[in-house]
Design a protein around this ligand. Sequence first.
Ligand code: CA2
Length: 143
Amino acid sequence: MSKSIQILNGPNLNMLGTREPEIYGSQTLADIEALCRQHAAPLGLEIDFRQSNSEGELVDWIQAAHQQFAAIILNAGAYTHTSIAILDALKACGVPVIEVHLSNIFQREGYRHQSYVSEAAKGVICGFGAQGYLLALDAAAEL
Ligand code: CA2
């Protein structure tokens, strides 16, 4: 039976490909989802790929991940730097979390250097653009 991985994307990531390609690349979120599906299949992984601009909806999905998913790959967008609610949900859900960012958040503004998600994450991948999601799938396959 193949294992299922939940890939969650936070606010504004639905806008990828429309602006700031020098920071986030030119691929859309749909392009990234297609790449993830292609990459996951030979690893024997199924994926559930979602995006929300709402903090509460992300918390709901994380709460529901318990006993459904082998891992969560999370790009929480700007909530990374602000959301104790997402951190609490991640800590409680009992599912290993891999944090992903398209950009290298440590090369950017100071307010992006802090991640609340990292406290609950098994590992963090940032700065590799869309490739970071694929690296996270490789890591999830090893968990
Ligand atoms: O680098 C990442 O993946 C981020 O999680 C992306 C977030 C940012 O707030 C984090 O600090 C780092 C923002 C995603 C917004 O993406 C847009 C793309 C195009 C147009 C508008 C927003």
